[in-house]
Design a protein around this ligand. Structure first.
Ligand SMILES: *Cc1c(COP(=O)(O)O)cnc(C)c1O
Length: 408
């Protein structure tokens, strides 16, 4: 076997489809979010404005968060030193889990090293501890949920995205006595649409299902205290399992689930991805706890965030740019071609100092390639004007489709 040739041909396949990924080498300037220094391949540096960060509120730069992390390092050192069971449960982990219980008004919460691990570990373990479980999964669920559901090895049915009629058809067809779970997200991060939580909960009650809700793109961002869309919609107590991340709006890193204490205890006791991995460093826990606490009391930041997103959508629409119909803080603009998508992204970066990563297959279906903008409270009107002007010029140059067809 020519191993080297096999690796090269695998990569060549990706490259030939125009979706070879090149990572931008960035260094954020503390206190000057969303600006960063971009180091080019030749080693030269240039300042850019970042338009695609999932640090949606700039919490990664909030002095309250940074100070908490510094203090934890000074008090307790760097790593946790073990798995949760073997000396890796620190005061910082316990306090963060308590903070997450308060956030979601749930009696129990459990930390994981990332949101991906939380989904994979929780869903695969639920399938194992509930014999005969059938999982009903939205077709646009995140890769980490799909991995968990697959690894659980249970029966699974995929329902059309946010289609409750289809979900009900699948529920009716399943044996009445079987344990069931509906796995879905609140904010879908690539289209920016939001699930009907109350409608899904009603179906879950009618057919005796558990509900598992990924609020990764909503925690910190929606609800009076940042508890997510479930808090906003007043249904937090009716979702059985809430899953979230500490790496996006909370600006740090880590993942978690929150819910019933017996459910959490079962996952704690059986989930391989929880048990056999070194726990989060104390500083991350301290920073995340400070971030959750601070955002709970600063609803005005969420209001500014929504205003910024609405403003950017309106600007794109006014310029005839094909902004997708998002009801959330996520602002996707369709390019519908992987090569153009990458090219526009490259030109924005190189010619305009604007960084937005192209979103291509397999993250989104082929033919729906897009640029996904995530304006934060720190993106100014002037930055938006620069962005719209640059995009408008590139749309003309590449003859990309506009709202209502191609421009002359
Ligand atoms: C990013 C993401 C995750 C994973 O969270 P991480 O903390 O980044 O590992 C899970 N679900 C969804 C919907 C995501 O977008």
């Amino acid at each position: 076997m020519d191993y080297k040739a096999a690796f090269q041909s695998a990569v060549e396949k990706v490259r030939s489809e125009g979706r070879y990924r090149v990572f931008a080498d960035l260094k954020r300037y503390r206190g000057d979010f969303p600006r960063a220094a971009w180091t080019q391949v030749d080693g030269s540096r240039r300042d850019v404005v970042v338009w695609c960060s999932n640090d949606y509120l700039g919490q990664g730069q909030n002095p309250v968060v940074i100070d908490a992390m510094h203090q934890a390092i000074d008090e307790a050192g760097s790593g946790s030193g073990g798995t949760r069971n073997i000396s890796g449960t620190t005061r910082f982990h316990v306090e963060l889990e308590e903070e997450l219980c308060r956030l979601h008004e749930k009696p129990a919460a459990l930390l994981f090293t990332s949101g991906y691990v939380a989904n994979e570990a929780a869903l695969s373990t639920l399938a194992k501890v509930l014999p005969g479980l059938i999982i009903f999964s939205d077709e646009l669920n995140h890769a980490s949920m799909i991995a968990g559901i697959r690894n659980g090895g249970c029966e699974r049915h995929v329902f059309r995205h946010n289609d409750l009629e289809h979900l009900e058809q699948l529920l009716i067809a399943a044996p009445e006595v079987a344990p069931k779970l509906i796995a879905f997200e609140s904010v879908y991060s690539m289209d920016g649409d939001i699930a009907d939580l109350a409608g899904t909960i009603a179906l879950a009650k009618k057919y005796g299902c558990l509900t598992y809700l990924d609020e990764v793109h909503a925690v910190g961002l929606y609800g009076e205290h940042g508890g997510g869309v479930a808090e906003r919609d007043g249904v937090m107590d009716q979702i059985d399992i809430i899953e979230g991340t500490l790496g996006k709006a909370f600006g740090v890193m880590g993942g978690y689930i929150a819910g019933d204490p017996d459910m959490v205890d079962a996952i704690r006791s059986y989930a391989s991805g929880f048990i056999f991995s070194t726990s989060l460093p104390p500083a991350l826990c301290a920073g995340a706890a400070a971030s959750v606490r601070w955002l709970r009391d600063h609803n005005e930041v969420r209001e500014i965030h929504q205003e910024r997103a609405s403003s950017l959508k309106a600007r794109f629409a006014a310029a005839g740019l094909p902004v997708m119909d998002s009801v959330s803080h996520i602002v996707p603009v369709l390019v519908s071609d992987p090569v153009h998508c990458k090219m526009i992204s490259d030109m924005l970066l190189e010619d305009h100092g604007i960084y937005v990563q192209p979103i291509n297959y397999p993250t989104v279906p082929r033919g729906t390639e897009r640029l996904r903008f995530t304006p934060t409270p720190f993106h100014t009107d002037a930055m938006m004007d620069d962005l719209v002007k640059a995009l408008d010029a590139l749309w003309a140059r590449c003859n990309v489709k506009r709202l209502g067809g191609y421009a002359a």
